[in-house]
Write a protein that binds this ligand. Sequence first.
Ligand SMILES: *Cc1c(COP(=O)(O)O)cnc(C)c1O
Ligand code: SF4
Length: 363
Amino acid sequence: MSGNHNDNGKLSWSQDVQQGIRTARDLPRLVGNPQAGADSKKLTKIFKVRAPKSYIDLVNPSDPHDPIAAQFFPDERELRFLSGELPDPIGDKRWEKAPRLVHRYPDRVLLFPTFQCAVYCRYCFRKERINDEGEGFSKAAIASALSYIASQPELREVILSGGDPWTLSDRQLKQLRIELEKISHLRLLRVHTRVPVVLPRRVTSDLVDALRGRLMVCVVMHFNHPREITNDAIVACQRLREGGFMLLNQTVLLRGVNDDETTLKTLMQELVYSLGAKPYYLHHCDKTRGIGHFRTTIEHGTTLMRSLRGHISGVCVPNYMLDLPGGDGKVPLGPSYVERHSGQEWGFRTYDGKTHTYVEEPT
Ligand SMILES: *Cc1c(COP(=O)(O)O)cnc(C)c1O
Ligand code: SF4
């Protein structure tokens, strides 16, 4: 297997997994604190714990508020559920048309080939589902989802989500891609994955080859902090772009991780400059239970967006999105630059704070 040989003394991706945290039992060994395992027993029941070694190595152990650790290390605040928080915050179940398939929008569906991930993000929007259903890939599990997709001629796009689809083997991914290619109305294969962030050495040329075929491939990665943009991530993204894949990124706006102007600006710029990835969405934190400590206000998110728009290249500016609870769908949160509108006269505020009037010509 190409992922298993050692290159310049670095861990191969499979060693990276093996030497990382795979279950709660590995916690004390890695954090050098034998109490950590006991303390977090209750927490890791609420949500599994997992992180590859090289991702753990990005943590600065002398920072109690380290933005990398905050993303995978259990925290007792996860036990605090707020009254409006939900077990299925974006209403996946409401739009589930077959097991592991969510059809919410006209031309695209989500397909969950697995509920396993390379890392378990403490703020995950789907954390309860992933914890309860934890199953991996099997052909039988997605057979009816594939028949459903074939039966809906308006579909153009399948989004592999989960779980992390890149925890599948190259062989499984290739099989899945070939099955999807047989459905002639499909045009786009989208993959939502955190593997290029937390396990970048898994992005091998064999993985790229497994996905290359008739369908346009769009890889939506999930970088949340500039420190995640490592040399290995740069190499992985280069490989993906050379493979001919579109490269996008979605970020979750997380309190204490990336909710300040400098961090967010640097992240958005480096995604483009270092990785060649277009920032696609900045997600407002969902109403998942036990992640209140990560959630910012919409007001704060909007202020952060104003500090990006116009100040940095438009290529680097994502859309700030809210996924309405219960499955009502995604809405862009702006901010809006329209100040007033009456008849043919519009008032706008530009990025530098100045107001201007625009009059439409009658035609
Ligand atoms: C977010 C989401 C999509 C993808 O939406 P885009 O705006 O195309 O990125 C598709 N289906 C479901 C159910 C979703 O929640
Ligand atoms: S990788 Fe994605 S699905 Fe998995 S825990 Fe993180 S946010 Fe959730």
